[in-house]
Design a protein around this ligand. Structure first.
Ligand SMILES: C[S@@+](CC[C@H](N)C(=O)[O-])C[C@H]1O[C@@H](n2cnc3c(N)ncnc32)[C@H](O)[C@@H]1O
Length: 242
């Protein structure tokens, strides 16, 4: 059975950590072999220190892979199970990447539709392109409920009050400046229908999002507890448009 592939977050960083870990361990072994006869004590101590640092790099890389491949999938289901679904909702995933949230939402729909928008940055997610979420949707059997568009979170190509649910995972922190992130929040609030719900899972700026959504008039704004994934503090902000 083909399996969906939702990609690896920060693939270059994971590769860099693994390569540096390998290089440090190899260097430590060479250092030990070259010096074990002349200064065995120092060689042993230095080797042990370098191996520990190298293993630390490997463990961090492994934890990041686990965060992308295992933890994020469980977290996605927990976030989406937090909504009560009728099955006819219109859903928007902002920064959908390879379709993790988008397809999770589509699986909860019967007659509704899920739309994903993205700018397809390849440095933040491996294999990031518009075909990848469509391929995953086909593998998961929800291709008839999913639509993909290329668009920036700060300028969503939809009219006001279009979606019952807006979700976003690890996307908005990629927008560098606070005022620009605020634009994305304004767009999310604008395209939500009255009574619509939003869940933003992200790192670094989640308190800013909670405050921003409150200022935009959304109610029931809640911040989840922190989960440490990719060695970063991550939280989910949920809210409702009155
Ligand atoms: C780390 S990936 C996460 C993808 C997916 N949401 C997930 O959780 O697997 C971040 C995504 O946000 C997208 N992104 C970054 N800035 C964006 C923007 N201004 N507008 C739309 N998408 C953006 C990137 O192209 C990338 O696909």
């Amino acid at each position: 059975m083909p399996q969906p592939d939702y990609g690896l977050d920060a693939p270059k960083l994971v590769r860099r950590l693994a390569v540096r870990g390998g290089f440090l361990i190899a260097f430590a072994v060479v250092l030990y072999l070259a010096n074990r006869n002349t200064s065995p004590g120092t060689a042993q101590a230095l080797t042990a220190m370098l191996v520990c640092i190298g293993v630390g790099f490997f463990i961090t890389a492994g934890f990041m892979v686990w965060s992308s491949r295992v933890a994020k999938l469980k977290l996605r289901d927990r976030i989406l199970d937090g909504f009560s679904w009728r099955g006819d909702e219109t859903v928007l995933d902002v920064g959908c990447g390879r379709g993790l949230m988008l397809i999770g939402a589509a699986k909860r729909l019967k007659t509704g539709k899920a739309t994903g928008v993205d700018t397809w940055q390849s440095d933040v997610l491996s294999g990031n392109n518009p075909e990848a979420p469509l391929r995953n949707a086909k593998t998961e059997g929800v291709e008839n409920r999913v639509k993909i568009e290329s668009a920036d979170a700060r300028k969503l190509p939809f009219g006001a009050s279009n979606f019952d649910v807006v979700v976003s995972s690890l996307a908005i922190h990629n927008i560098q400046s606070g005022p620009e992130r605020a634009k994305a929040l304004r767009e999310i609030a604008r395209v939500l229908k009255p009574g619509g719900r939003v869940a933003i899972f992200d790192t670094f700026h989640t308190s800013e999002y909670a405050k921003g959504l409150q200022q935009l008039g959304l109610t029931e704004v809640k911040l989840s507890s922190i989960s440490l994934l990719w060695c970063l503090p991550c939280r989910t902000v949920t809210a409702r448009k009155p």
